[in-house]
Design a protein around this ligand. Structure first.
Ligand SMILES: Cc1cc2nc3c(=O)[nH]c(=O)nc-3n(C[C@H](O)[C@H](O)[C@H](O)COP(=O)(O)OP(=O)(O)OC[C@H]3O[C@@H](n4cnc5c(N)ncnc54)[C@H](O)[C@@H]3O)c2cc1C
Length: 353
């Protein structure tokens, strides 16, 4: 099969983005806000001209948007439904000098109990927006990865069966280069469309330019918001792919704790080793600090067994790292992103004391 992996250049959409972003950023502090008060949070409707453009919520609790169920509130919170709303929210942040943090399905993050100052953007929609265009399958970043896997496999145009059972969104999967021992999502990616949060401009990077590696991408060094991902179409037997996907989900159910609040594997596998095995051999399964627990089923899964705080998890992470280092001389690297933590706090987590 011949692939048309041509990367789209700056187009009309990009020019429009620039216009929306610049115009609303210029209007800046004059953006009028209508404020409503709900039971817990104050809601701001940002009004530009005569139009309500985007809804921001103040002091929005964030734990509910994470699979681990930990973390304080966002100073401002927004769930943009489309690119225009995303740009409006970013320009509001720029006009008010608010730092911006973005998350997807919240399945690989630990948020600090004091919350996150500035604007938090949640880029996750339940529906999967998939378009097959020529030899490419294009997905919106906020689409759930599982929906993408299901439609791509069942439709017989892309075998993503190795990603079956990984929670979260396509955007989060790109940031992490999510995968399993059977493959990584980057292997199927043609290009990624990114929004620069500082300028509001869109750019497209080829898979090679994304700096993909084991559970890493360039986005872990250079901030960029994934807006769309293009995958190469494949030819194959969709029924077989979907069967493989279902078998993988069944396998995971046997090996991983079910119906628990967790962010999955907390640590990256060191070269040639498996973090979960090292943690188990260090005798840490079942270790507990407060309500933060090392799963008794899978050593690399740290679990919120009740009302765990972010501090409980930080203490448990440090205990695990110290024990594994003392026993095997291996420094485990965190896989989970820490949000709302200062640089110093992030650095302290890396210390082995
Ligand atoms: C039970 C369980 C099992 C798991 N199994 C696996 C597994 O087998 N393999 C695996 O790789 N992972 C696994 N994970 C981890 C997690 O599901 C993946 O890393 C997932 O890809 C994260 O996606 P997310 O949308 O939830 O990202 P989030 O957790 O919301 O965010 C993670 C990081 O991605 C960034 N991000 C999110 N969306 C975007 C975007 N649109 N643009 C730019 N950056 C963005 C955030 O800023 C954050 O730094 C598991 C997690 C759980 C809870």
């Amino acid at each position: 099969m011949q692939f048309n992996s041509a990367i789209p250049g700056p187009d009309l959409a990009n020019r429009l983005c620039g216009c929306i972003y610049e115009a609303s950023a210029r209007a800046g502090r004059n953006l009028c806000c209508f404020q409503g008060v709900s039971r817990k949070s104050e809601i701001l409707y940002v009004i530009f001209g005569a139009l309500v453009t985007v809804k921001l919520t103040k002091n929005k609790p964030l734990a509910q948007y994470t699979t681990i169920g930990v973390g304080g509130a966002a100073e401002y919170f927004c769930q943009p439904c489309n690119l225009r709303e995303l740009l409006e929210a970013l320009s509001y942040a720029k006009a008010h000098d608010l730092p911006v943090v973005w998350l997807g399905g919240g399945s690989n993050i630990l948020i600090h109990d004091r919350g996150i100052s500035g604007l938090v953007l949640r880029l996750a929609n339940r529906a999967s927006n998939l378009v097959v265009k020529g030899d490419l399958v294009i997905a919106e970043a906020g689409s759930l990865l599982f929906e993408l896997v299901k439609h791509a496999c069942k439709g017989g145009f892309l075998d993503l069966s190795f990603c079956a059972g990984i929670p979260g969104t396509c955007g989060g999967a790109v940031y992490m280069n999510a995968g399993t021992s059977n493959g990584e999502i980057s292997q199927k990616i043609a290009w990624v469309e990114l929004l620069d949060p500082a300028t509001g401009s869109l750019k497209v990077r080829s898979s090679q330019e994304m700096g993909f590696g084991y559970r890493t991408s360039i986005l872990q060094q250079e901030p960029g918001i994934v807006t769309r991902v293009a995958f190469y179409c494949e030819e194959g037997d969709g029924k077989l792919w979907w069967e493989k996907a279902r078998a993988q989900i069944a396998r995971r159910k046997k090996l991983q704790p079910q119906r628990v609040r967790t962010a999955g594997s907390f640590f990256r596998n060191p070269p040639e080793q498996v973090a979960g095995v090292l943690i188990e051999r260090a005798g840490l399964k079942g270790a507990r600090i407060g309500d933060a627990l090392v799963s008794t089923i899978h050593g690399n899964f740290l679990v919120n067994a009740g009302q765990a705080s972010s501090d409980h998890f930080i203490q448990l992470i440090r205990l695990v790292r110290r024990s594994v280092f003392e026993k095997f001389g291996v420094r485990l690297e965190l896989e989970v992103s820490l949000l709302g933590f200062s640089e110093k706090e992030r650095g302290d987590v890396q210390l082995i004391l």
